[in-house]
Design a protein around this ligand. Sequence first.
Ligand SMILES: [Zn+2]
Length: 265
Amino acid sequence: MRKLEIDWTPEMDALLGTKTDRKIAVDLGLPRRRVGQRRRELGILPIRYLKWTPEMDALLGTMVDQDVADELGIERSTAFYRREELGIASFGRQGAEIKWAPEMETLLGTKKDLDIAEELGLCQKAVWWRRQELGIPSLKEQNRVLPEGVLCWSGEARQIYRARRRHLREGVLNTLTYEQWKYACEWFDNRCAYCEEKAFLTEDHLRPLSDGGPRTALNIIPACGSCNSSKGPKQAHLWIYEHFGMTKGKEIVEKIVAYLTEVKG
Ligand SMILES: [Zn+2]
C-alpha cells in the first residue's frame, strides 16, 4: 500500500500540540497516527504537557472555559482541569452573567430547578449554581436530615453527607465532626497534606476505607483530588515514598505525624 503523502503547511504545523492529536486529526481530516508522528518529528509536546504561565492562569475564571480555551488555542477540557486544579470558580459559577433579582431568588428551593429555569427563561445550571451559592437546599434535600455540626446545605455539607452514607454502607466507625475537618484543613494551611497545592480539599483516608479505615479525626486528612485518587487504596506512607521519593516523602510523613500527634492531644 502506498504511504499517504501529506504536505504539512506552517498553518497545519502550528496546530500541533495545541489540541489533542485526535482532535487535530479530525480537524484536518488526517489519520491520527500521522498527526502524532509529525508532532514528535518537530519535537512538540502533547497538549497534556502544556506549560501554564501566570498570564494564562490569570485568564481562568474571567470568562467561560470555552472562551479561555479559544483565546489560548487549547482544548476546553485543558482549561477546565487547570481551573479546577487551582480552585478557581468557573465564570458561570461566579454568577457574573445573570442579574438575580430578589423575586427570582425567593423561587429557589420551592420547586425543581428545571421548573424554575423554565419559568425564568434561564438554563437549569444557572439556577442550580445560584441555589448553591445561597446555600438553599433542593426540594429533595429539604426532606433529608442535615449532618450534625452543619447549619445549612452547602458543598461541604453535601460532601459530609455523601461520606457518611458511604461509611454507613461499609459499616466502619464514622465520628469525624465538621469542626474536626475544618481544624484539619486549617492545620495544613488549606492545602493538600501531600503535595501542598491549594486546591479543593477532599477527605483522604490514611488507612484506606477498603481496608476498614474509619472516618475519624485520626484517619482523615485533607488532600487534593489528584493526590487522593493517585493514592487510591494504598497505605498512605507507602504511596508517599513511592510518589514523592524518599527525601520529600520523609518530610511529608513527618508533617502528618506532627498533625496526628497534635490531634491525639
Ligand atoms: Zn495533592
